[in-house]
Write a protein that binds this ligand. Structure first.
Ligand code: GUN
Length: 291
């Protein structure tokens, strides 16, 4: 039987409606409109598309949003000055600096400069630490989207074996932390593997749930998947012919998986939805958590 398609676009629509209702309630009760400032440095075409989609989603949810576009030659000190201004601006609840940054800028210095209560990406050391300790403030958006798509499709996680392919700070590490935590709806047995893992297919075949975030188009092949596994594809890659593909060899894998996320229309829209969720949380937090 072909895999059930886990539709991130449809789930995102539902969740974005819920978020916009909650945002309207917050605004009616406190006058606070959630606001997100996005910072884009340079002309990376994928980053431009992501940031544009984030702006559009903010407008649809009734959030304020600001886009700060800086040239590829921007210095680290100019970017730090902008972040300091956004940190101090009471209308800005969430700050997102789109990664990757140009090579003259030290990414980790920028991530550390965003005040942790406005760090809606959940990338700052304080927020990473809170997630690791089981008291997350902002769960990073893509891992949060992965978790929600599993939960809202009633896919059991507790006690099951999750294999994460990829160990990035944006996806691999935080999704592992999230799914292993001792909490209802998590409690998985998590293995993280990566490009240097020995006999990777043997590792991925152990997964009841396989989360693939390795950044290589069509990397996960059919023979790397246990029949009946749930496959979550976090990748977005463009083939030389222009076709958009994930990190999973979708056609063959969908023949043996029990459920699978498509690309596009799977985790991509969920990431933006969880960014709205975190921005609303930030607005609540910074206005005293009254609503
Ligand atoms: N680049 C790729 N994914 C992300 C993300 O979730 N947040 C930011 N800030 N940059 C990214």
């Amino acid at each position: 039987m072909p895999a059930k398609i886990l539709d991130g676009k449809a789930l995102s629509e539902t969740m974005r409606k819920e978020i916009s209702i909650d945002a309207a309630k917050l605004q009616a009760a406190t006058g606070v409109q959630p606001g997100l400032a996005a910072v884009l440095v340079g002309e990376n075409p994928s980053s431009q598309i992501y940031v544009r989609n984030k702006q559009k989603a903010c407008a649809q949810a009734g959030f304020a949003s600001w886009l700060h576009q800086l040239s590829a030659s921007t210095t680290q000190s100019t970017l730090l000055e902008l972040i300091a201004k956004l940190n101090a601006d009471p209308a800005v609840h969430g700050i997102l600096v789109q990664l990757p940054l140009p090579p003259q800028i030290d990414e980790s210095a920028i991530v550390r400069a965003v005040t942790p209560t406005k760090d809606v990406d959940g990338f700052s050391p304080e927020n990473v630490g809170l997630l690791a300790a089981g008291h997350a403030r902002y769960i990073p958006c893509t891992p949060h989207g992965v978790h929600q798509i599993l939960l809202r499709n009633d896919i059991p996680i507790e006690g099951r074996r999750v294999v994460v392919v990829g160990r990035s700070n944006i996806v691999g590490k935080p999704v592992a932390l999230l799914l292993m935590q001792k909490a209802r709806g998590a409690n998985a047995t998590v293995t993280v593997c990566h490009s240097q893992s020995q006999d990777l297919p043997a590792v991925t075949r152990e997964g009841d749930i396989v989360v693939v975030a390795i950044g290589q188009g069509q990397f996960l092949k059919r023979e790397m998947v246990k029949p009946g596994a749930v496959v979550i594809d976090v990748g977005i890659n463009r083939l030389p012919d222009g076709k958009l593909v994930g990190d999973v060899d979708y056609g063959p894998v969908s023949e043996i998986a029990s459920a699978i996320t498509p690309v596009p229309g799977g985790i991509g829209p969920m990431t933006i939805t969880m960014l709205l969720y975190n921005t609303l949380q930030a607005a609540r937090l910074l206005s005293g958590n009254k609503v």
